[in-house]
Design a protein around this ligand. Structure first.
Ligand code: 5GP
Length: 344
């Protein structure tokens, strides 16, 4: 019963502000109240979580992040949010996490301070937790391109300053807004400076953009919900993915709860699995979708009838696709030891 919890797992697609659990959000509210900071989230606090059958669609879901943002606007609150979230992933049996977040200027901190704060929490957490954590800096595609360029500058600087923590840059945000091509120069600069790239790709039907993204050759893509021809993609998008074999970060509950996928059974996991496309099971926004990484593994195993060896192999294979190449071997050994002990 506890197999998915006990399995050492790798999380590669988790947005910090979407990962805040209800408990973390309540801690943050307490902190705002105790510090005399204005907290205007009371009226819509309960709207943060999007469960199964919620009538909100993918587009509506983007509204809820402002609730978390309102509670992570000071360096202290952001540090609290990061530390509590890392602890939760650790207690869920995660041994490596690449957490991602969009740096914001707020009334109380600059984008640089935003990144510094998260990095310091990650460095501190590595002393107390048997989990390694790395940071991917996000660009929001619904912001102006000039903002993306400024974030690329910051990501490059942060990578130089914290090469042991900052590993990549990613493109996320409302997928129907903004044009991928506009962000290519910022993404290319970051990649040329040594950062790895992951792109939210094919969350909505947009075959042209999917093809452009695959051609860009990111290290990984997120979701890929609409790439298969039976799910809104085309023969071309599917064959481009099959040929490139770019690893896909798969977020089952997120896709079902946002109605990007009608139900678990029709999720594109099965097509990716059958085609041998590398996959990593991830949570996306564990706070918003009230899930955990072990729950995602459990749902995957139950829906697609995977036995324990097959489930463990998903965690083992995920080690190859992490951006911090220097720790891949250690993590592979850790997962393999678990497999040798419990599955063979
Ligand atoms: P943050 O970057 O503030 O830590 O996390 C929240 C942000 O992540 C959101 O504002 C949004 O830009 C991005 N995000 C979270 N979940 C999703 C998702 O499912 N799809 C896309 N495209 N972006 C997301």
């Amino acid at each position: 019963k506890t197999f998915c919890r006990d399995l050492p797992k790798i999380e590669l697609h988790a947005h910090l502000n979407g990962s805040l659990s209800r408990s973390t959000m309540l801690h943050l509210k307490r902190f705002y109240a105790d510090s005399g900071l204005e907290d205007n989230t009371n009226a819509f606090f309960d709207e943060f979580q999007i469960g199964a059958g919620d009538c909100r669609n993918l587009s509506d879901c983007f509204q809820v992040f402002s609730i978390a943002h309102a509670l992570t606007s000071t360096p202290e609150a952001l540090a609290m949010a990061t530390t509590l979230t890392l602890q939760e992933f650790h207690s869920d049996g995660c041994c490596y996490i690449e957490l991602r977040s969009t740096p914001r200027n707020t009334q109380y901190m600059t984008k640089e301070q935003y990144v510094d704060t998260i990095v310091h929490c990650m460095q501190k957490s590595s002393i107390h937790l048997s989990m390694l954590s790395r940071l991917i800096i996000s660009i929001n595609r619904s912001y102006p391109v000039s903002e993306a360029e400024a974030i690329a500058d910051l990501a490059i600087e942060s990578y130089k300053k914290y090469p042991d923590v900052v590993v990549g840059m990613e493109l996320s945000g409302e997928p129907t807004v903004g044009k991928f091509q506009d962000f290519v120069p910022a993404l290319t600069r970051a990649r040329n400076a040594g950062l790895k790239i992951t792109l939210h790709c094919g969350e909505v039907c947009n075959p042209e953009e999917i093809l452009e993204m695959i051609k860009f050759k990111p290290g990984r893509i997120g979701h890929g919900t609409c790439i298969h021809p039976k799910l809104g993609g085309t023969d071309d998008t599917w064959s481009a993915l099959c040929t490139s074999k770019i690893p896909v970060e798969v977020c089952l509950t997120s896709n079902v709860n946002t109605k990007s996928t009608p139900d678990y059974e029709s999720h594109h996991f099965k097509y990716l699995y059958e085609a041998g496309i590398p996959m990593i099971i991830c949570t996306d926004d564990k706070g918003v979708f009230t899930t955990s990484l072990s729950q995602e593994y459990r749902i995957c195993a139950e829906t697609f009838s995977l036995n324990q060896v097959k489930v463990a192999r998903l965690a083992l294979e995920a080690c190859q696709y992490i951006f911090a190449e220097d720790v891949q071997k250690t993590l592979k050994n850790k997962v393999q030891d678990f497999i040798n002990k419990y599955c063979l």
